[in-house]
Design a protein around this ligand. Structure first.
Ligand SMILES: *Cc1c(COP(=O)(O)O)cnc(C)c1O
Length: 481
């Protein structure tokens, strides 16, 4: 490594919603809440959630598509979002017993709930059947268990059939999935359901991995083709659920992300000082001075995000039918359902943590220790590529007098690799014990999906901020059993 090259920092500037700016001016409230409830804290706000919901609805209304949007709860544990979705007349996609049970406990009607859990045991099926919640059927064992539950309870069940393995164009095989039935298996099952009388078919469902508009279009047109085949047999498909997976845009500009990735490659080749802890390539490997692979990170910059991503799908032309997707849906009068998780939570939460210590590692890197652990800011992405916000405890502005400092944020697990972020962070002032570090836009997956209680650390508290009243309140999802 050429150690004489000066370190040049690459910023990744996040998009910040006005409620975040408003909340961060309440420094005393934040400091006191951290003291009272511990660090880190997850702070949420319903306003962006509502805005995101309304922008999806606006697109669907514009195309005259009957619809219901089910918020995929698994992306965030707070009950406030599930409640908000229901208050807006939409629904909640529940993926476990407790997710469903809590929604029922706060009075969300069964018609606004759907159960998509990947594993559905008898207890969960009994709860769903007992309350008349639609169940997304994934496999024959689940179907057989549901039959038993229906027989034992004496109640009918409503199901949606999950389809997977759609054909790729030009005989290139199928889209891979471990979920659902192949279209022809789904057809056979649905015909069988029609001949029995306790389990009622109410629609088709899919949820695709990845963010390809073209693949969504394939899945929609092939689902509609299946519904047309069923219609020819006299079987009506009232709903089509196209799942979640709508892209989110986290960053203010594309150039910053491109520049970061370029410089990351140079760093991995040893052509510049590291941008990441121990020169981690975030998925890029240097083998004999050749680069392999690419950054294994979420695509943090997206022009086609949220409702624009939905609109791109609806506006695409179906090759199967030679018509735009939106028309195929509206012509059939089918209710379009979707299950966005991450995208409804865009801008709806942040994670804040206290600085516990400053030190240097054996290579002289500044380490800023936070009272949190890396499972509290974690997704399947190799790193969360958004600059955090550093709030200093000092009040007087001496910024001009200081040089920036660069270092890494480390956490509370007893591992050498316990980094909160792998990227090197720029601090405009030298961090002080008691300073606060804010991670914006973490509500979707980042704060909850992988959080663990290793070391018997307590889970972070979840608070909801009301920007109209400048008021913070604890969410009761965890308390409610
Ligand atoms: C995870 C999941 C979702 C939500 O996906 P997002 O990427 O958060 O929008 C919706 N439906 C199903 C079945 C899922 O597994």
């Amino acid at each position: 490594m050429n150690t004489t090259t000066p370190y040049i920092h690459l910023p990744l500037t996040p998009i910040i919603h006005p409620w975040v700016t408003q909340f961060l001016t309440l420094r005393n409230t934040l400091q006191q809440t951290l003291q009272a409830k511990g660090s880190p804290l997850n702070i949420h706000c319903l306003r962006p959630f509502e805005q995101n919901m309304r922008s999806y609805q606006a697109v669907l209304d514009r195309y005259g598509i009957k619809h219901r949007i089910y918020f995929a709860r698994k992306a965030n544990k707070c009950l406030a979002f599930a409640n908000c979705a229901a208050q807006l007349g939409q629904g909640v996609d529940t993926a476990s017993y407790r997710e469903l049970q809590q929604c029922l406990a706060i009075g969300i009607p069964a018609s606004q709930l759907i159960c998509t859990a990947a594993v559905k045991n008898r207890k969960l099926l009994e709860l769903a059947v007992g309350h008349g919640v639609s169940i997304v059927l994934d496999n024959m064992d689940e179907y057989n268990l549901l039959n038993e539950v229906v027989a034992d309870s004496g109640r009918d069940a409503t199901v949606v059939v999950r389809v997977g393995g759609f054909d790729k164009p030009q005989n290139q095989g199928r889209l891979f999935s471990r979920f659902g039935f192949l279209p022809r298996e789904a057809r056979r099952l649905i015909v069988q359901l029609e001949q029995e009388n306790r389990i009622h078919y109410s629609g088709l469902h899919f949820h695709l991995n990845g963010y390809s508009v073209a693949e969504r279009v394939l899945a929609i047109e092939q689902s509609l083709a299946l519904s047309d085949e069923l219609a020819a047999l006299g079987i009506k498909t009232p709903t089509l659920d196209i799942g979640g997976g709508y892209l989110v845009n986290y960053l203010q500009n594309k150039q910053e992300l491109d520049a970061f990735v370029n410089e990351l490659k140079r760093a991995v080749l040893g052509q510049r000082p590291p941008l990441t802890f121990q020169n981690d390539g975030l998925g890029i490997l240097n083998i004999d001075e050749q680069l392999y692979g690419g950054p294994q990170v979420y695509p943090y910059y997206n022009e086609l995000s949220k409702e624009r991503f939905l609109e791109a799908i609806l506006n695409s032309r179906s090759t199967l039918y030679g018509e735009p997707i939106h028309r195929l849906i509206s012509d059939r009068g089918i209710e379009l359902r979707m299950e966005p998780g991450r995208s409804l939570l865009d801008q709806a939460g942040m994670t804040v943590a206290s600085v516990a210590f400053r030190k240097y590692d054996t290579e002289g890197n500044l380490l800023v220790g936070l009272e949190m652990n890396r499972t509290q800011l974690r997704s399947s992405s190799a790193d969360f590529l958004l600059d955090p916000i550093h709030l200093t405890a000092e009040t007087e502005d001496t910024l001009g007098a200081q040089e920036p400092h660069y270092g890494y944020l480390v956490g509370a697990y007893c591992l050498e690799q316990e980094l909160i972020l792998k990227r090197k962070i720029k601090f405009l002032r030298f961090p002080q014990v008691g300073d606060i570090v804010v991670f914006p836009n973490t509500a979707g997956y980042m704060m909850h999906f992988f959080e663990s209680e290793a070391h018997l650390f307590e889970l972070a508290k979840n608070l909801v901020f009301d920007p109209d009243k400048n008021h913070l309140e604890e969410d009761n999802a965890i308390a409610l059993h």
